[in-house]
Design a binder for this molecule. Structure first.
Ligand SMILES: [Zn+2]
Length: 476
């Protein structure tokens, strides 16, 4: 199968994917700041990385996926003041919303570290940077990263000139250089704060991701993901901090960034008032069609939200599920024959071409847009030719291709799970039947035959336990 290639934001090149400790893959994605409802722009990033992870898993990698929650931040403090509620209650409300979104859109993440649960780790990391000479404590008790000490600064974002390194931070007067950024922010009156060697304060935004990724994935990451607007300053700063403390390069092997989601050509944003929450989009389109739509454009390109494109996804969602259900029904009715008629060879070839092209698109920097075309082809082929074919050898193969595709799209899990459950259920009913016949034999003192049945069942991995009036069975 073709090797997986991906475009690394660092260096802006297509590279062959070779994880540091294959087949294990460490992936860290910047998660939400819970100060408002999750909108479809966030969901785009989260679903894209879920799709990437699922494809890597399909290809035999074991992916450990960490996605943080920034549960303390200026935006949270400001919003809780606006609403007149405790910041912790605000955070919990929106974390619940975020978690609901993950379940609704079938996004699987291994660990969700929160900043406020890692304050000690953050202090230790900052202390390490001070000791190594990369950071300094300012008059206010804030700690800053000294950008000039890290010569590779600007390379990730492609900003070669220092004039482009503005950090938009307060207390500019106490910084050595305007582009130095805060690792630890001294507390202002009335703000939530934690004790530290530099006085009460709270972590800066960038440091948390360096700390939590290192804590859970060790000193090197295979994939660091996030939305494109995080490249600068967030990821540039993360990279500087981590490589400065860890003392090795690269800290992250592949940087991957998702493109914007647009509505009528405009980026979704608060100031434009064109934000669509995941809840509203799910209400309108349903979770499956929304997920499929989010996986229908290349993760790096802009994705335009329109009724037309969502209607298309909804159509494909219904078709794909119907095809898989129909294939399953056929397989239920007829045992596999494992033979192919010569006249069916062309059809097998068509199916395999779709499968090969789908993998080729997915291996090519996870080109979801190209891959989704092959899902359309797959459903077209079913309606045009597969639905009327006699041989169920091809039906079984098509069913498996649908299963592979669904490993990434995850919009027909219920269909495949129901199919898996159906087989053991039938088996269990059959064992029950045999055991009840054997009980009758024992009642009629036909012990030899009863013993033969017991021995034969044992060969099949089924154990019987005889009681006075009944027999119980279990898998060995
Ligand atoms: Zn981050």
């Amino acid at each position: 199968m073709s090797e997986i290639r991906l475009r690394n934001t660092l260096g802006r090149r297509i590279e062959v994917f070779e994880p540091v400790k294959s087949p294990l893959v460490n992936m860290y994605v910047c998660g939400p700041t819970p100060y408002d409802y999750t909108h479809i722009g966030h969901a785009r990033t989260f679903v894209a990385f879920d799709g990437i992870k699922r494809y890597l898993s399909l290809r035999g990698y074991s992916v450990f996926h960490v996605q943080n929650i920034t549960d303390i931040d200026d935006k949270i403090i400001n919003r809780s003041r606006e609403r007149g509620i405790d910041w912790r209650n605000l955070v919990q409300e929106y974390i619940n919303d975020y978690m609901d979104m993950l379940t609704t859109l079938n996004i699987q993440i291994d660990i969700h570290p929160r900043v406020t649960e890692h304050i000690d780790d953050i202090i230790e990391f900052v202390q390490g940077l001070i000791e190594k000479g990369y950071a300094y404590v300012a008059e206010s008790g804030s700690v800053y990263f000294e950008v000039d000490k890290y010569p590779d600064y600007g390379r990730l974002s492609g900003r070669a000139s220092k004039n482009l390194w503005g950090q938009e931070e307060e207390h500019a007067h106490e910084k050595k250089k305007p582009y130095d950024f805060a690792l630890w922010k001294a507390a202002k009156p009335g703000e939530p704060s934690w004790q530290s060697p530099w006085g009460p304060g709270r972590p800066g935004w960038h440091i948390e991701c360096s700390v939590m990724s290192t804590k859970y994935t060790g000193p090197s990451l295979d994939i660091h993901g996030g939305a494109a607007d995080l490249i600068f300053p967030h990821h540039e700063n993360e990279r500087a901090q981590s490589e400065a403390l860890l003392g090795h390069k690269p800290w992250v092997k592949y940087w991957l960034h998702t493109g914007y989601l647009t509505i009528e050509g405009e980026k979704m944003s608060k100031s434009l008032g064109n934000i669509i929450s995941v809840k509203d989009a799910v209400r309108e389109w349903g979770p499956g069609p929304l997920r499929l739509w989010l996986l229908s454009g290349h993760y790096r390109t802009q994705l335009e939200y329109s009724d037309q494109s969502l209607q298309q996804s909804k159509r494909l969602y219904n078709r794909f599920r119907e095809v898989v259900q129909e294939l399953h029904k056929r397989l239920e009715k007829q045992e596999p024959t494992y033979v192919l008629k010569p006249s069916e060879l062309d059809l097998l070839d068509s199916l395999r071409k779709i499968q090969r092209r789908w993998h080729a698109e997915m291996s090519n920097d996870f080109n979801f847009a190209g891959a989704i075309r092959e899902v359309w082809e797959f459903t077209n082929l079913y309606y045009k030719e597969l639905s009327s074919i006699e041989s169920n050898t091809i039906i079984l193969y098509a069913y498996k291709i649908g299963q592979e595709m669904n490993k990434v799209y995850a919009v027909a899990d219920d269909v495949y799970q129901a199919a898996e459950r159906a087989v053991p259920e039938v088996t269990e009913h059959l064992v029950d039947l045999i055991v009840s016949v054997r009980t009758e034999l024992r009642k009629n003192k036909m012990y030899d035959l009863a013993d033969t049945i017991r021995a034969k069942l044992l060969e099949l991995g089924i154990q019987l336990k005889d009681y006075k009036d009944r027999t119980e069975w279990s898998w060995k």
